[in-house]
Design a protein around this ligand. Structure first.
Ligand code: AMP
Ligand code: ZN
Length: 139
């Protein structure tokens, strides 16, 4: 039996509140929404995270998210929408099937917890060194 809950949603084995579908992508409502209209956009082909997903599926998910975010804007009139995507259990990824969260905030809703953090000045030497290490590893 298929273990991945989002693969099971794609197969129709588990119900979902679908808002958009095409050949490569499905979008549906999060059942534990942070705000009204919290939507998940996923590739139909299973991939765990941003390291695994193919360029083609990644592009399809993000192009679909552009359609869905327009529909969210037209219907819910949010004052902003946070797009969030977690990779790995250490980043609190719970469902190990790539998904992009679209989290709108309407004027009467509180600030989104995922979009607010304390701004603290970083150490420029350390930031520079880290940037160099990462940039040297880019393939
Ligand atoms: P995360 O892996 O932390 O980015 O988040 C997984 C998200 O999937 C959570 O926001 C859950 O509420 C959501 N979720 C889990 N199961 C379902 C389901 N059956 N239908 C819709 N959303 C789900
Ligand atoms: Zn899956």
């Amino acid at each position: 039996m298929e273990e991945c809950i989002f693969c099971r949603i794609i197969k129709g084995e588990i119900p979902s509140f679908k808002v958009y579908e095409d050949k490569k992508v499905l979008a549906f409502e999060d059942i534990n929404p942070i705000s009204t209209g919290h939507t998940l956009v996923i590739p139909k082909k299973h991939a765990e995270n941003l390291w695994e997903i193919s360029a083609e599926d990644l592009a399809a998910v993000h192009l679909a998210s552009k359609k869905v975010i327009k529909a969210i804007k037209d219907t819910l009139n949010p004052i902003g929408v946070a797009c969030l995507q977690l990779n790995g259990r250490g980043a609190n990824q719970i469902v190990m099937h790539y998904h992009l969260h679209l989290i709108p905030r309407s004027i009467e809703e509180p600030e989104l917890p995922v979009s607010s953090w304390e701004i603290k000045q970083g150490d420029m030497k350390s930031i520079k060194e880290t940037a160099e290490r990462i940039s040297e590893a880019v393939e």
